[in-house]
Design a binder for this molecule. Sequence first.
Ligand code: SF4
Ligand code: SF4
Length: 285
Amino acid sequence: MKQILVISGKGGTGKTTLVAGFASLAQNAIMADCDVDAPDLHIILKPEILEEIPFYALKIPVKDESKCIECGKCREVCRFNAIDENFKINELKCEGCAACAFVCPANAIEMIDREAGKIYISKTRFGPFIHAQLNIGEEASGKLVTEVKRKAKELAESKNKGLVLIDGSPGIGCPVIASLSGVDLAVIVTEPTVSGIHDLERILGVTKHFGIKTVVCVNKFDINEKKTSEIENFCNENEINLIGKIPYDSSATKAMIELKTVIEFSSSQVGEEVKKIWLKVLEIL
Ligand code: SF4
Ligand code: SF4
């Protein structure tokens, strides 16, 4: 079983358009949305949720008031000022370190699981889809990405699927690093702007660090052909395979509005280029 991850240096580069296009071209694949902070692949894939799994991140302390002898030891030990003068625990400040439970002489504090979001196993017109949603204010996105990938891999093995196609997070933070683990190929989507090139260099640094085979494609290459040439030169100099250049075409937006992939939408240059890129991805894989 192989895993392909599509990432970008920042949001809005057309990453989801490419992943959704790949989803409609892939045979025997499981799709996974690891962009858990701002998931949007579900908008095009229109999943029917089959199973909902709670996701637990940190444990939080819960106090049994009837046991508390108001000694104040928990407040003294808490380094995050999460316990007030009345020894009430403020969940929003709590970091789940469990020191308060450890020092409480009355065993009044118990650490319990806190639900931080949900993982969904769904079916779509292109096959099974694993996606997730973090609760507002939760920060455990790296851990959730790892869980989504683990579920996708588990499902791929149980359903005898040969491929997991992953929509990654933009940027170079913790969720991206979590999504890179164990993938066979990273496809970076970039665009021909000053920040696009800068972001590309940064994210290539990350994939190189983790020794992940990486290819690049440029979206909307014709909005700035000079910058596109700079990207091509950069890729040549660094022996990075630039596998495709997608033109700017309103069909990508129109397809999105109709909740279709660019492949399903009436034939367009974008769709044709995505098909070519997909064939190259399969070849490289
Ligand atoms: S678990 Fe740690 S951070 Fe949370 S209230 Fe207890 S001591 Fe403070
Ligand atoms: S350490 Fe335990 S007994 Fe003491 S104030 Fe905190 S909860 Fe109450």
